[in-house]
Design a protein around this ligand. Sequence first.
Ligand code: CUA
Length: 162
Amino acid sequence: MRRGTTVSLYELAWILPSIAISIGMLVALVVFAFGAGVHLPTDEGRVEPTAVLTTPPFDQPGTVEVGRGEYEVRMIGGIWLFTPNEIRVPAGSTVTFVATSRDVVHGLFIPRANVNVMLIPGQIARVRARFDRPGEYPFFCHEYCGIAHHTMWGKVIVEPRP
Ligand code: CUA
């Protein structure tokens, strides 16, 4: 083999995987964005952090049935608990979390569902998730919020359909 050919083969051995990796990442991005619905949460509105407890819908935190198999959870993050911290829905439900913080930055992370948002004082976060399988879906605060950050958690209990 001539020397020039060897060099270009080595170059190809680097260039081709570089192109393949870029294309692979692009495909993964498209699949997760449009297939799995992974996207950045958008700004859904504002709420005065000091008046969260008296501002609808946060003045009545909890789970509300808004349609057939559709639930809305109005949730407040505060040091160091979620209100509500136990949510019950039947299997096959779609749940929209409407959440905010009443003090510092918190997070709402449900590892077994497609939920991962920051709860920022003054901002309302809205995120939807489907719960098909019965069981417990723990959720956590995943933004460090002080000494008892690790105790800030709760669970979605998905009950089997009768
Ligand atoms: Cu709330 Cu960490």
